[in-house]
Design a protein around this ligand. Structure first.
Ligand code: C2O
Ligand code: CU
Length: 507
């Protein structure tokens, strides 16, 4: 079966921003950003007439007292959502969810997509910007949009606990200020195991106040989906899937199943790769060959100290920003290590290239570049404690995944006061692993199995807890509201591994 390349446009260099298209504003940032803005903006540009959006009537006019906007650089990867609002400091986009029939590996599959593309359009803005998303639900079922990792106001969190689901063929406007820079993503929060598997997800890239002088900024989703000759098999129908989540048999890299994505670079270039794992259940293991690379950012943004690993483990929901430097011409590859059977039916890790970069001769080895200031880690000692046990029992309708012996919490699992620093201990009393995710806040990973953790630095919103192991977090609960805490193996979440942590302002 020789699949055709899909309808997607994953290889296009797309860069849109109000400022690029309007040519507004000189860079307010100094020094290193100038290069980046210039070289990154080359391919940018919509010839769109975005000056007259009806929705922008109430936005501040471009000539008010707001500081000049630093133009956003180009992003490689899924097409970028067009900013309909010319005002600086505001990014206003339209997003529609609808069904989409597509061919993957020659198989016709009924998918769902934002804006008709898979992954959905990347939303690109800068820290401090106001983001306005006009969402239309063209599906025949309700949905919502959750902004994974972002500290949004609670009523904008896009879960059915904080908003009425957007009904089939209904609309909703999300609006909030972007408090954090980094790599985030958006996805529905209803029937997640179906809607996300079918393709409803996209990246939300929030640029730092100044851009690093990278030669390319790449958004790379590595998804794992399950396909049969008949398309997508029924959901959560097997004990295996209820136990381990839906493990796929096909990698989709920015929507492409058949072959590695192709890109070009030059010797001496330094790039930023933003890696996202939107799979239902698969933890991915990545490596890069043919280039020098290190981790410069994680869920909560840029790290104070970049670090190196041989293989990068990316749990479902997590993000990693990598610095990729080309010291020599050749081919650089992003490899996903996948378990397969060898000739003797033994399980082995096979390297599957998912991105290939042809590196042309250039100026010799790459120089170090200066990254914008890291996100400062709060230096706070815990003043509260939450202990959570994860287990699984046989329920009336299949497995029930539980937190502290209860499935699908409706009242709070824990209530904190805004500003609390909570020591959260998670004990996995079952065999399968769990990527545990907390909405609306960041935490640090402090211990695994009572040992101090030194190799998972930075602020996170998702942590992987292997089977029968424990993890200790330090959570900075600074954002008031009722926030979901759940497993990001979507089958587990749908089968009960879902609770809320309430963060309440002091009286
Ligand atoms: Cu990625 Cu509850 O979310
Ligand atoms: Cu789980």
């Amino acid at each position: 079966m020789r699949p055709a390349r899909t309808w997607m446009r994953p290889l296009l260099m797309v860069g849109l921003s109000a400022c690029v298209s309007l040519g507004c504003g000189d860079s307010a940032g100094a020094g290193p950003t100038e290069d980046a803005a210039e070289s990154d903006s080359l391919s940018g540009d919509s010839a769109e007439d975005d000056a007259s959006s009806a929705d922008s009537a109430d936005a501040p006019a471009a000539d008010t007292e707001l500081p000049p906007e630093v133009p956003l650089g180009a992003l490689w990867g899924p097409g970028v959502a067009e900013d309909l609002n010319p005002a600086p400091g505001v990014v206003e986009v339209h997003l529609e969810a609808r069904t989409k029939s597509m061919k993957l590996l020659g198989i016709k599959v009924d998918m769902m997509a934002f804006g008709g593309q898979l992954p959905g359009p990347t939303i690109h803005a800068r820290i401090g910007d106001e983001l306005i998303v006009h969402f239309d639900n063209a599906l025949d079922e309700p949905t919502t949009i959750h902004w994974h990792g972002l500290r949004v106001p609670n009523e904008m969190d896009g879960t059915p606990r904080v908003q009425d689901p957007v009904p089939a063929h209904g609309s909703f406007t999300y609006r909030f200020t972007l408090r954090d820079a980094g790599t985030f993503w958006y996805h529905p929060h209803i029937r997640t195991n179906v809607q996300i598997e079918k393709g409803l997800y996209g990246a939300l890239v929030v640029a730092e106040a100044t851009d690093p002088p990278v030669t390319a900024d790449r958004v790379i989703f590595v998804d794992d989906i399950l396909l049969t000759e008949a398309g997508m098999p029924p959901f959560n129908a097997t004990m295996m899937e209820q136990m381990h989540g839906r493990l796929g048999n096909t990698l989709l890299t920015n929507g492409v199943a058949a072959e590695p994505l192709q890109a070009t670079a030059r010797e001496g270039d330094v790039e930023r790769w933003r890696i996202l794992n939107p799979s239902n259940a698969r933890t991915i293991q990545l490596g890069i060959e043919g280039a020098r690379w290190r981790v410069v950012g994680t869920d909560g943004g840029l790290l104070p100290v970049p670090y190196s690993v041989d293989r990068l483990t990316v749990a479902v929901g997590q993000r990693y920003d990598l610095e990729v430097s080309y010291d020599a011409p050749g081919t650089a590859k992003l490899i996903s290590w996948v378990a397969t059977l060898d000739a003797n039916d033994q399980v082995v890790d096979a390297p599957l290239p998912v991105v290939e970069v042809a590196v042309a001769p250039g100026d010799g080895p790459a120089d170090a570049i200066a990254w914008p200031p890291a996100v400062p880690l709060p230096e706070r000692e815990p003043n509260a404690h939450l202990s959570v046990e994860i287990d699984v029992v046989q329920g009336a309708n299949g497995l029930e995944w539980r937190l502290n012996k209860r499935a699908m919490w409706m009242d709070p699992l824990f209530t904190a006061t805004t500003g609390d620093t909570v020591r959260i201990q998670l004990f996995n009393r079952a065999g399968p692993e769990h990527p545990f995710h907390l909405h609306g806040q960041f935490f640090e990973i402090v211990r695994r199995n009572a040992e101090l953790v030194t190799d998972e630095p930075g602020l996170k919103d998702t942590v992987l807890i292997p089977g029968m192991e424990s993890v200790e977090l330090r959570a900075y609960l600074d954002n008031p509201g009722r926030w979901m805490a759940h497993c990001h193996i979507l089958e587990h979440a749908e089968l009960g591994m879902m609770a809320e942590i309430w963060v309440v302002d002091p009286e």
